[in-house]
Design a protein around this ligand. Sequence first.
Ligand SMILES: [Zn+2]
Length: 286
Amino acid sequence: MWVEIGVSRWRCFAVARFSGQARIGVYSNTAVRSTKREPLGPMAHQPCDLFLGEMTIMKLTWLGHAAFHIGVDGADLLIDPFWTGNPTYPTVFEDRLAKVDAIFVTHGHEDHIGDTVRLAKKYGSTVVAQPEICGFVARSGHDKFEEMNTGGTLTLGACEVSMVPAFHSSAIMENGRLVGSSDPVGFILAGGSHTIYHAGDTGIFGDMALIQRIYKPNIGLIPIGDRYTMGPTLAAYACNELLNLETIIPIHWGTFPALSGKPEKFRSLVKRGTVLVMTPGEAAEI
Ligand SMILES: [Zn+2]
């Protein structure tokens, strides 16, 4: 399914540049296969004006579940802002938030895409996500986004944002029904003396070692809640055997009773790196 969409996007883009007539054919051909998918080809959107500084001194605020605010060099970044419906989200946080420069979305599940569209519209933020999620954002009336996909790197000033794989599922709720919405991913944010790895929702996979070797993250935001992601045992195995992180912040735990993984167990099992257990709303300067 993923390959098919990717090929269709490429064909549309290539043909649209050189032949308007052929473009109509490709569009209509694809429309027969699915009338519900997002627009094909590079979508019309505002040019990227996002320029991030070096990630030397960062203020990381955990907002419960997989949601983070990252304050770095004057920029305000959000990852997976699941605020509405998140019982652990510290509700006063938004009152103090003057701006949001960018929102990174790991996948379309509601507990990750969450308040992305609302916040992006409110703050005029750039949404950084896979094309299918950007398509949803565009259909929701927000045209400030940057598409990227697994394996790609986006240079935003002094910060390089890379999209890496995650082993999970993904869908997006649109007009009351679930529609396909790309693959789940993780993000690497690199620049200056820090490189952050937000693993998204994922099970353990061997290529975490490749992610470590290539991007050399020193800060990891690692899911431990079990059932839907790695639990403490596998997450600790990933940190001990595949990754080489200096600071590890467990995420995706404690939000709902079904997430049974406990940070105390995770911390007791991690032998490589320092586990920083945060409470929602707590900020850490790194
Ligand atoms: Zn998920």
